[in-house]
Design a protein around this ligand. Structure first.
Ligand code: SF4
Length: 187
C-alpha cells in the first residue's frame, strides 16, 4: 500500500484564518485524509514532530523569538515548506508595526502603547511584561522567507479552501502547484 504523505501545520504570527480556510475545503478534507495524515498541527494533539514530514504548511510571519524557533524546526523536519497567506509571505497586517518610522525606538513605542501609554490601558505598575517564560518580541515582523527557505507561496488573506486543496493535492501527487488566475488573490 502506498505510504500516506505526512503534513504538519502551524500558525506563527497569524490569526488562524488560514487554518479556517484549510477546513473550508469542505468535503475535500475527506479526500485529503485519504492521501495524507497530519503530524504536528493545531488540528492534532502532537506537541512536537513525531517523524519527518513531507509538507509543512506555515501561517503567519515571525514577530517573536518563539516564532523563529518554530519556523526553523519546521524547516528542519519538513521536505517542502508552503507559506500560506499574506502574513507568512509578506508579514500581512501585523507588519504595519514595522512602519512606526517616526520613532527611533519603534518596538519600545509599540510596547508602551500596548502596556502603559494608551488611554484604554489600566496598568498601575507601568511595567512592560518581562517574565522569562514570555517569548521576546523581535525588533520588527519578519516574513517567513527572511528566516528560512520557503518552497511555495499561496497568497490571500486568507487563500481560499479551493486553492489550498488544489495545491496540497498537487504537491502530494508530485505535480506542479496550480497557478490558475481565478484561484489567486491577495486580499
Ligand atoms: S493571511 Fe490573513 S487570514 Fe491568514 S493568518 Fe494572516 S491575517 Fe489571518
Amino acid at each position: 500500500m502506498k505510504r500516506k504523505k505526512r503534513i504538519a501545520t502551524v500558525s506563527l504570527a497569524g490569526c488562524f484564518g488560514c487554518h479556517m480556510s484549510l477546513l473550508d475545503m469542505d468535503e475535500h478534507i475527506l479526500e485529503l485524509m485519504e492521501l495524507a495524515e497530519f503530524d504536528r498541527s493545531p488540528l492534532t494533539d502532537f506537541k512536537t514532530f513525531s517523524r519527518r514530514c513531507d509538507i509543512g504548511v506555515i501561517e503567519g510571519g515571525c514577530c517573536n523569538e518563539e516564532n523563529v524557533h518554530t519556523l526553523q524546526e519546521f524547516r528542519k523536519h519538513c521536505d517542502v515548506l508552503v507559506a500560506v497567506g499574506q502574513c507568512a509571505i509578506m508579514g500581512g497586517l501585523p507588519v504595519m508595526r514595522n512602519a512606526i518610522m517616526h520613532s527611533e525606538d519603534p518596538l519600545r513605542e509599540c510596547l508602551e502603547e500596548a502596556y502603559s501609554s494608551s488611554a484604554k490601558v489600566y496598568n498601575p505598575s507601568n511595567q512592560i511584561p518581562n517574565d522569562a517564560a514570555l517569548p521576546l518580541l523581535l525588533d520588527k515582523v519578519y516574513t517567513c522567507a527572511e528566516v528560512v527557505k520557503i518552497d511555495y507561496q499561496i497568497p490571500g488573506c486568507p487563500p481560499t479552501g479551493e486553492v489550498l486543496w488544489a495545491t496540497l493535492a498537487a504537491l502530494i501527487k508530485g505535480e506542479p502547484a496550480p497557478q490558475e488566475y481565478h484561484m489567486i488573490k491577495y486580499d
